[in-house]
Design a protein around this ligand. Structure first.
Ligand code: AMP
Length: 401
């Protein structure tokens, strides 16, 4: 049971109880969530249970010395599970189906073999990385840049919400690695700035999310244009039957690696519900929670862009340093808000699901679901924003009683 109930606007009215609830509890008018209260409650387990420790270091890998130095510079000493189990097959050009979530080190798992090949080949082959969200695309390019520091490779990130003319110029310079979201990449191709046939290597990151977000047709257009593709790596957090056909069409004789470490389990996150009684001021409950100094870096999720803006403006009025990210904000705005959150300039970031996909922010102390998420997948993903990098975290979900 949460201690914070004492600090809420009404004394002991049953917040955060562990009483089993009826399946419909948490269902709000206009919101089709069928998550049960007991699904949203869990004591945190020590993180070590799910942590994987490799027996080797990157020094033992058959990769270029320059890459080894870059990895050491970044402080990556041992591979994570997905890296340990996939890098060698990728170095041998095997297609890969990687079942792994953000937080498992999947980005470096595909970037290490890519950079190794770029260092060895005299004529480097252009690489295309597809990501479902702008934030994930930016993070992938950042990781690429830091892992290829001083190697003189060019990369570009093409995402919506930025100036297309600038992207056209950058695309024409034919970067060695292109990361982007499907919509912007197709736009650049339609304008003749990018030719998918030039790319021989393809990475599809967060493929399940890509399908969830309705990018299936866009992805098909891009992949079918890459007729001379030699190597495909596909990562997905989940693997359900409906995706299987799609995946089989994209991969040839692929190695499958499924990792259980990292965020695949949320065991290290303490999860609880906070019941909001009828007529009670939900925002005040949030404020009372956040007032607690333990809530150092708080990610609040709301269901719609309007709710996100409303909660954020109420927080700002209450003197809490907060910002918001959702689809109506420009890429620049979202990136600035994210940086302010990362560096601690603001304490609370309010977000919609989609905007928060793939976010990699260290030290998020608490995740608060202002409304019950619609699906378990969405819940797991949100909650996984805390308790990263071997830490335990806390997640609370507000439930209308
Ligand atoms: P990803 O799943 O690719 O988003 O990575 C999650 C986090 O793990 C990122 O902050 C990476 O910088 C970090 N990371 C990736 N590989 C390693 C490694 N071998 N050792 C330590 N940290 C890593």
């Amino acid at each position: 049971m949460s201690d914070y109930r004492k600090k809420t606007s009404r004394p002991d009215n049953g917040y955060a109880t562990r009483r089993p609830s009826s399946p419909n509890r948490g269902k709000k008018k206009g919101q089709e969530s069928n998550l049960k209260a007991e699904d949203l409650q869990q004591q945190a387990q020590a993180r070590e249970i799910t942590n994987y420790v490799s027996e080797r270091t990157f020094a033992d890998f058959p990769i270029h010395e320059k890459l080894k130095s870059a990895l050491a510079h970044k402080g990556y000493e041992k591979p994570t599970e997905i890296q340990d189990r996939s890098i060698e097959d990728l170095l041998n050009n095997r297609d890969l189906l990687g079942i792994a979530q953000t937080g498992t080190g999947k980005t470096a798992a595909f970037l290490i073999p890519i950079i190794d090949k770029q260092l060895r080949d005299t004529k480097t082959e252009a690489i295309l990385v597809l990501a479902p969200t702008r934030e994930l695309a930016v993070q992938i390019e950042e990781e690429y840049r830091s892992l290829s520091r001083g190697m003189n490779f060019q990369s570009s990130c093409f995402i919506g919400g930025t100036n297309i003319n600038r992207d056209v110029d950058r695309a024409r310079r034919r970067p060695d690695l292109v990361v982007g979201t499907p919509g912007r990449l197709l736009d650049l191709s339609d304008r003749g700035a990018l030719d998918f046939r030039d790319f021989k290597v393809l990475v599809l990151d967060e493929f399940d999310r890509m399908l969830d977000m309705g990018f299936e047709k866009d992805v098909n257009r891009i992949t079918s244009a890459m007729r001379n593709r030699k190597h495909t790596m596909l990562f997905s957090a989940t693997l359900d039957k409906t995706q299987r056909n799609q995946i089989d069409r994209l991969l040839t004789n692929a190695v499958e690696v499924k990792v259980s470490s990292g965020e695949a389990s949320n065991d290290h996150i303490e999860q609880d519900i906070i019941k909001i009684a009828e007529g009670e001021n939900k925002f005040q409950v949030l404020l009372n929670l956040i007032d607690n100094p333990e809530f150092e870096k708080v990610l609040v999720f709301a269901e719609t862009k309007r709710w996100v803006s409303k909660v954020r403006s109420q927080l700002s009025k209450a003197g809490i340093k907060a910002d918001e990210i959702h689809g109506n904000k420009t890429q620049n705005y979202r990136q600035n808000a994210l940086n302010a959150f990362k560096t601690g300039k603001i304490r609370v970031l309010v977000a919609t699901d989609v905007a928060a996909r793939g976010l990699d922010v260290e030290d998020v102390s608490h995740v608060i679901n202002y409304q019950v998420p619609k699906t378990m997948d969405s819940y797991i993903h949100r909650v996984g924003r805390t308790g990263r990098a071997g830490k335990t975290g806390k997640a609370y979900t507000f439930i209308q009683d």
